[in-house]
Every structure is written in C-alpha cells, then in structure tokens.
Design a protein around this ligand. Structure first.
Ligand SMILES: *Cc1c(COP(=O)(O)O)cnc(C)c1O
Length: 975
C-alpha cells in the first residue's frame, strides 16, 4: 500500500535539479535515475536552447518534427528510483526457481570465474565499448577476441575462427548457407542428422526455405548421399542423445559425394576428444556458453564457428586479424572489413553486424584463466562423473542407449513424462527426448554428491533403497575416455593459455587490455545510428542476480519471474511502438530485420501472395537491410533519395507501381539515416499499402521517436527495436544485443515459433531460444521503468536537443549535409567533409584518427554517404562533454586550414600522422614538422583530464587483408 502511494507521489512531483515534471518539490527523492540519465542540467539546457535559438523544449520539438507527423503520447507511467529498480528486479529474479539442472541440449551450468565476472562482465570499460572498427583505440578487446579465435581454432582443429555468431542454431544455419556458397549456389539440397538439437534443425529449416534449399533430416549414415545434389551434410557430436562419434570415415564419404562436411560440436568435449578438424570436417560450429557464461534463460552467449583457410572469404560474421601499424609494429584489427554489409549489401556473407563480442571475450578469457591443463581437468571430470552415472544406471537395470558419451547420458525404456515429473519434485530438471527416453547432461558445476542423489532416485524407482554411494566405487581410478575418440593432439598451446596461474596475473592482464581501449568510461562515443547512451549501473547490476541464470528449457512454472518481466516489457514496448504484439526471438537488429521479413513472407503466403517478393530499399538504408532481405528470399529494388536526402516519393511511387504484382514490402529507417524527420513518411507508407505491400521500419533510430511518435502510428506494419541502442543495453564491444520485433495484429499469427517450448506464432524459428538474449532484458526493463512515460519522451527530446546544439555550434565550421525545413536535425547529423579532400587532401579517416589524439572515439564514418561523419550524441551527454567534442572538431578544422593555407605540409601533418601513439611521441627520433605537444596535447583539457594514449599508430588495413592471420601471434606476446 505504502509503495503504491509513494509511486503516485513521485509521478506527480518527481524532480530535482532538472524539472522534468511539475515544480520542484521539497520531498522529491534524490535517487531518481531520470535525474542522472539525462546529461544536461536545467541551466545547461537553457544555454543550449538559447544557442539553438529556441525558447523552450516544446518549441525545439515543434520545429524539428513535421506538423503532419502522427504523435504518440505515452501513458503517465511513474518514474522510479535506482533502489526501486534494483529491488523490483531482485524480487522478480526470486520468482524464478533455480533448479538443479541436467537439461543440456546446448545450455550448461558453468562458473564464471569471479575475476572475470567483476572485471569484465560487470565492468563498464569492457561492456560499454563499441565494435572495434577503430582499431587503434581497441587493441585490448581485439586481443581478447583473438584469444577467443585462437581457442576456437585450437579446440576445433580448424585454422580460422570468427568472433563470433549469435547463437548455436543460427551458427548451424550460417554453416548451411556457407556450404551453399562454397558450391556456388548450384547444389540445392542439404542433409541434417536427426540427432542434431531440434532448435538448430528448426533454424536451418527457416533459413533454407527462402533460399530454395531442400533440407533432408534423417539418419545420415544410412542416407544415399548420391541421391541429391547435396551442398552440405551436418552432424553433431555429442548429439542430442549424448552420443559421440568418430566421423572420420563418414567425412570421406561426404567429400566423395562432393559435399561440405559440417560438425556441430562442444568446446568442452574437444578438450579431451578428437577434433572436428582431425575428423575431416570443413566447418565446425557450436556454443561457447559453458566457458564461463551464465545460461541466462537462453542468452546471450557467443556461438563459435571455424573453417578452413581456403574458405575464409566466405565465412559469416566478424573475423579479427593481425596487421601492422604504420611503424611496422604488430597491431590487431577486424580483418576483411570490406566484406561488411555496408559495402557488400545483398551480396554480404551474412547480415551479422552486432555479434556477441563481450561473451566471446568472456569465453576466451575463461580458457586463459583455467589454462590448457585446467580445461582438460574440467572436461575429464565432467566425463568421469557422467560415466559413473552411466555405470550405475546399467547396474540398476536401466537401458542406456548412449554407447560412447562425453557429458550426456540418455535412458530409454522408461515413461519419460513420469520420470521428468518425479525428478522435478526433487528440484531436478532432466530432459524428455521421446516418450520413452530422457537425457541427463553434466557440466562444470556437477558434483559427486549430485551423482549420488541422481543414482539414489533412479534406484528408489527400481525399488532398491539401499544406501547408495555411487561415486565411492571410483575413488581409485576415474573412468577413462573411449580410446578411439581420445584426443592425441595438444590443445591451447599458445603461451597465453599456459602462463597465467595466479589471480594477480589475471587481474593485471585484464586491466592491461582494458587500458588500451576507449569506452564510455573514457568519453562520449558519438557514433551516429548506434545510440551510445548511458548504460546505468542500476540497470546493469540485476543481470548477474542468481535467479536470472536459468535454463531456457526449464518448465514455465519455474520461470515466472522472467515471464512477468518479459510480459511487462512487451506491454510497454507495444505502447511505445504502437504495435499489437512483440517477438523477442532475435539477438540483434539485423536478426530482427530477418525475423520481420520472414514474418511478412509467411503472412503473404497465407494470403496467396507468395509471388510477392520485391523489397524496396532506399539507397540510404543500413547495409544490413539488403543483407537481411536477401536472406529472406526477397528481390531487392533500390529507391532513390531526393536532394534533401529523403526517400524520393516520386521514385517510390514509380517503383511501387512498376512492381505492383510482386511488391512485398518497403524497408525504411525513420528518422532517415540522414538524420532528418521526413515529412512524407506517412505518404510513403500509404503508397506501399495501396500497392499491396507491407512496411518494414528499421527501428535503429527509435531514440528520436520514443514518446513523440511511433512506427505503428506512422503506418509501419513491423519494426525491429535495437534494445542495445535505444533501450540502454550496452554494446559490449560488438554485442550482445537484442532486436525484438513489433507487429500489427494481422502479422501476429506469423511471428517466430520455438519448436522446443512450443511458444510463439506459426512462423519459423529464427534463434536458438525463444527469448533470445533473455538475461539482458532486465536492462531495458529497468530503463523503461525508471524513466516512466514522460521521462522516455524527455530522453528523446534531450537527444534532439543535444544533436541540435552540436549542429548549431559546428555549422560555422562544417557543412551539415541535411536538415529539416526549419534547419533542424533529428537526434543525429551528417557532417560534410568532402570539400577537404579537394582543399587539403584530408579524408574522414584522417579526422577520425585525429580525434583519438583528443581522446575521442570517432563518429560513424562514411555512412550513409562517403566523405561524411555521422554524429549522434544521445541524451546522456552533458554540455561540457558536448563542448569538448565540438571544440576538438573546431580545432581540427583549424588544423585542416593550416594545410589549406600551406602553413602545414600536405602529407606530413597532424591529421595524416594521426593517431600519435605514446611510443611515437616520446621517441628520441621525433622528426615531425610540428611539436610533440601539438601531436599529443592539442587542447589544454586533453592534458589535464588524463590523456588517453593510443597504443599503436595508424593501422595498415591493406597489409592485414593481404596476409590474413586470425590467431594470436606468439612473438609479440609478453605477459
Ligand atoms: C545498428 C543498425 C542496424 C543493425 O543492428 P545490429 O543490432 O547491429 O544488427 C540496422 N539498421 C540501422 C539503421 C542501424 O543503425
């Protein structure tokens, strides 16, 4: 009762120095997140409005939003304090039952090493950084990702690993697509073992259908491989029933049949088992979750993927490589960035943009923490304990169909439903596989006592109640791994996996990596379209609550806390987007695009419109749009933009008419990627609907819409939301993310389905688990609950305020490419640098690198227009920080001017030589025509605020692509 009254009170009067609501109230609490989420204080806001030339926030918004644009005012949801948020999430986490868990099926218990839990997972220097596009200020996490790739490559026995994919199911689907491209898209059949995890098979089937690939699911070894033109054959070991197999002979058969051989595998098993590479696999994939990443009700975790050298250019996802900087020093970077969707668009190898970087880092560092020997010990122990269970079950007269196992035993000839229920009553989850078969999977957390408990339950069911101590029989010699499958080759031979033994070493190594990177803990990251806003600590604390670490296939009654949380989030997101239903089954924005387009595809099929496959995409669209459309089997039709950067309504009309019989949908971003609220968006939607198409809205720019307008009100039928942009989930150095989609009523029945849980619509399965990266949903929940209805709208307004303040101050020095009718930009803007190429031979890259000398991460480069930088400040930056970025850019304009006037050399100047690493600046051989001070301390506050020093000079992009190396080099490694 008290709580309710307090919330009402806050809703009405909540305010401190910022006056978001009514008047200052003497009893307002001091710990409202809204007061700290917003950067500008009320006095700063006044100054900024004055600079822009607006009297009030209302006037600013009126001048920015077109009058015709439909408005969406959010309900008056109350605001909450930081302590309310943490407390409520704690209570929700407690409503989940953390059962003793043997469900396996791709998700396993694991201990996150505390040193990694606190210093990586819970550390903003790691979790707030961006995808390492700017290599010079990302050497720390690039090294960590290289460790991950090195670990994957060593364990799978295949030379090239990537970092990373979204989940195991989609990694299996990517493997299929890759085998299809390896065979030049000519072989259209694909064979999958029926012993692969069902969620993986389902993801593969969804992916295959639009591409016209026929998937055969069955017993692969008895399948006539010559019957169909197979591009690939996919098996899994350990499989669903726990069986491990040597596929060496079978892989030769697959190769004789001219197909690619793909093995789903388990990294922990590979510590003691013969690797896929040694068995002749061309591709291996799987999950790295059990390497220290909590199950989190299904995610996030990194899927691994490895392949042969010759196929490196066909690999999906991000690959980290080794290159050199301009002084010849070893430096890391994302390799073959030319393959990114921005350039390849519909021809891209995948639509992966946001991946699972933070979780890949955790998994790689977990193997550093345990080292090669420690990893083998964990694997051997898991195997030994499950062997003991197996032996006891057989002794008790149970049928165990698993001949050779690693960690999973199945039991058949029983009433599975009854058995599952009996165990549940004892607080234990086991998996029902078929009516007469169950399975139990062991993991790092399984103890000898657990085995005794399991055996005594199995024994009591057989009427044997003698006091069993199953493990005692093995006190002397632990069960051995089957010799034919035993790994003979060494694992994790790199020194990094063999030299860190103490926690001090580990802690200092983590901090040494961390110091090399710029994150939001250093300075603002003004990346346009990426919305690098505050990831508040009170939003982050709850994700590590024990109650959120449950298995995604746990019975629904054990996950009531999650169901409440997700249900609440769903309702609020519906109100925010103007949609009727939400699907959470996508781990990134791009995956949301794919999910939304598949939903449209299935809807069109159901209305006898299967021939509608034309997808109109404006030139200004994000590269993932065409990449996702291609995956959804759509035919991409380009739409031009007009002189103001808006979608050309004339061209849209013309194309819609021309393709009226095939029109499936339009993909539009709003506000446009040019940073403007276009007048004609409603008309654009109407045109598409008129010609029988659907409107897909790319919701990456929701941060300018929330509480002001909405995709649903504008006329879109489906939209993805990047919870890792607008809704406060941190970027993690390139993931995790969440890209749920909202849809109008008519599309709801066609939303993705989860075949394991039987939840969702009748669409295909998009991700391994139904709520995708469920364990980071508390962050977005917290953000929305803390800010309340008005606060969310205030966030959008402040994002627009901050952007227009930058625009106004920069306008005198730089061209702003597009603005609205009244000269305003939305929440971001494009800064024109094209003239400097002519006047000073300076490119956007030079400016991006020079910003590092000032301690800033560059804005988005060359998107959506070459020769531009896109700046998005978000609402969370204060005026002081905005001024520093602006001052840096103004100073850089002066530096360009020096080149223009000839007072600085055209090729040997602060911009061309940027960034200046510490090494260079302190070198005795300083031979630049400008001072060290100018290089390293270009403005006074750069020195006084604690200079960030890039650890390498400008990285050579071409060298790394010409000599692709994707594992950690040995020579340069100094512990
Ligand atoms: C970020 C972004 C995407 C892709 O989102 P991911 O989560 O990285 O896959 C798509 N479109 C736009 C406009 C974006 O800014």
């Amino acid at each position: 009762m008290l709580g309710v009254r307090r919330l009402n009170f806050i809703r009405k009067f909540a305010t401190k120095n910022q006056q978001y609501f009514v008047d200052l109230h003497p009893l307002a609490p001091s710990n409202l997140l809204i007061d700290r989420h917003m950067g500008p204080s009320s006095s700063e806001r006044e100054k900024m409005l004055a600079e822009i030339g607006c009297k009030s926030m209302d006037e600013l918004i009126e001048k920015t939003l077109p009058p015709k644009l439909p408005r969406n005012k959010l309900p008056d949801w109350p605001v909450k304090t930081e302590q309310d948020i943490i407390g409520e999430l704690y209570n929700l986490s407690k409503e989940n039952t953390v059962a003793k868990n043997y469900l396996g099926g791709g998700y396993y218990g694991t201990y996150t090493p505390p040193v990694i839990l606190r210093n990586v997972l819970s550390n903003p220097a790691w979790y707030t950084s961006y995808t390492p596009y700017q290599a010079e200020i990302s050497q720390g996490r690039l090294e960590a990702l290289l460790i991950y790739q090195t670990m994957v490559s060593s364990l799978t026995g295949l030379p090239i690993g990537n970092a990373s994919l979204l989940d195991e199911g989609t990694a299996g689907a990517e493997a299929m697509t890759m085998s299809y491209t390896i065979h030049n898209r000519k072989k259209t059949h694909f064979l999958v073992s029926n012993k692969v995890f069902p969620q993986t098979i389902a993801c593969i089937q969804t992916r295959a259908e639009p591409l016209g690939i026929t998937v055969h699911v069955g017993d692969v070894e008895s399948f006539d491989l010559a019957k169909f033109p197979l591009c690939g054959v996919l098996v899994q070991s350990p499989d669903l029933l726990g069986e491990i197999k040597d596929f060496s002979a079978f892989s030769s058969k697959v190769h004789e049949a001219g197909a690619t051989f793909i093995m789903g595998s388990d990294l922990l098993s590979l510590c003691i088992m013969k690797s896929p590479g040694e068995m002749g696999a061309d591709i291996s994939y799987g999950s790295s979750q059990r390497f220290g990443v909590p199950m989190g009700y299904g995610g996030p975790y990194a899927a691994f993927f490895s392949a042969k050298e010759e196929d490196i250019r066909k690999m999906p996802g991000r690959i980290i490589g080794v290159s050199i900087d301009k002084n010849g020093q070893t430096a890391y970077r994302m390799t073959m960035q030319t393959r990114e969707q921005h350039i390849r668009r519909e021809k891209a190898t995948s639509n992966i943009c946001t991946a699972q970087a933070l979780l890949a880092n955790m998994a790689g560092l977990y193997s550093v923490y345990h080292g090669a020997e420690g990893m083998k010990m964990i694997a051997s122990r898991v195997h030994a304990l499950s062997s003991i269970l197996k032996q006891n079950l057989q002794d008790l007269g149970y049928k165990v169909p698993t001949l050779n196992h690693f960690d999973t035993i199945s039991v058949s000839g029983i009433d599975a439903a009854k058995l599952v229920e009996t165990f549940e009553k004892n607080g234990i989850n086991i998996r029902k596989i078929r009516n007469d078969t169950v399975s139990l999977s062991f993991d790092e957390t399984t103890t000898p006592d657990d085995v005794n408990t399991l055996v005594s339950i199995f024994a009591s069911l057989k009427g044997t109640n003698k006091n069993i101590c199953a493990v005692d029989q093995y006190n002397k010699s632990a069960p051995e791994f089957p010799s034919t499958l035993k790994r003979e080759s060494a694992i994790l031979t790199h020194p990094i996996f063999n030299s860190i033994h103490s926690e001090h070493q580990m802690l200092r190594y983590l901090y040494r990596l961390q110091r090399k990177d710029i994150s939001l803990a250093n300075s603002m990251i003004p990346l346009g379209s990426c919305t690098m806003k505050l990831n508040a600590t009170c939003e982050m604390i709850p994700i590590t609550f024990e109650g959120f670490n449950v298995h995604p296939h746990a019975p629904l009654k054990q996950v009531q806390g999650y169901q409440k949380l997700i249900g609440g989030l769903r309702n609020k997101l519906c109100a925010i987007t103007g949609f009727d239903e939400i699907s959470f089954q996508s781990n990134s924005g791009a995956q949301g695009e794919y999910s939304g387009l598949i939903t449209i595809r299935n809807y069109l099929k159901s209305t006898n419109n299967a021939k509608r496959t034309a997808c109109l995409i404006p030139n200004s669209a994000h590269g993932t749009n065409p990449a996702s459309a291609a995956m959804a089997g759509m035919n991409i039709i380009k739409v031009e933009c007009d002189k103001k950067g808006n979608i050309s309504i004339d061209d849209l009309k013309q194309k819609a008419q021309q393709f009226k019989d095939e029109l499936a949908c339009l993909m539009a971003t709003y506000p446009s990627t040019h940073g403007v609220f276009e007048e004609e968006i409603v008309e654009a939607c109407e045109i598409i609907h008129h010609y029988g198409g659907q409107v897909y809205m790319d919701g990456a720019n929701m941060n300018a819409q929330v509480g002001l307008t909405s995709p649903g009100h504008i006329g879109a039928d489906v939209c993805h939301l990047n919870l890792h942009k607008t809704f406060a989930i941190p970027h993690g150095g390139g993931g995790p993310g969440m890209g749920p989609i909202g849809v109008k009523k008519h599309l709801a029945p066609f939303l993705p389905r989860d075949v394991v849980l039987g939840l969702g619509g009748q669409g295909g399965q998009i991700s391994s688990s139904h709520f995708a990266s469920a364990s980071i949903l508390p962050i977005s929940w917290a953000y929305i609950e803390a800010l309340g209805g008005n606060g969310l709208a205030e966030a959008s307004k402040h994002a627009i305020l901050n952007a227009n303040y930058i625009r106004k101050r920069l306008e005198k020095y730089y061209g702003i490419v597009y603005t609205g009718d009244q000269g305003m930009c939305a929440h971001e803007m494009l800064v024109d640098l094209r003239p400097f190429k002519v006047t000073a031979n300076i490119t956007e890259e030079d400016i991006a690198k020079r910003l590092m000398d000032y301690g800033f991460h560059a804005p988005t480069m060359s998107f959506p227009i070459h020769g531009t930088l896109m700046i998005e400040p978000t609402e969370s930056e204060d005026k002081g920080e905005l001024d520093r970025l602006i001052d840096a850019l103004i100073k850089i304009r002066e530096e360009i001017h020096e080149i223009e006037t000839g007072s600085a050399d055209k090729n040997n100047n602060v911009l061309k030589n940027a960034p200046h690493s510490l090494d260079e600046v302190i070198s005795v051989n300083w031979d630049k025509p400008y001072s060290r001070e100018k290089a390293g301390f270009p403005l006074p506050w750069v020195r006084t605020r604690g200079k960030f020093w890039p650890t390498v000079a400008r990285v050579d992009n071409v060298w790394g692509d010409k000599h692709p190396s994707t594992v950690l080099p040995e020579i340069d490694f100094h512990l």
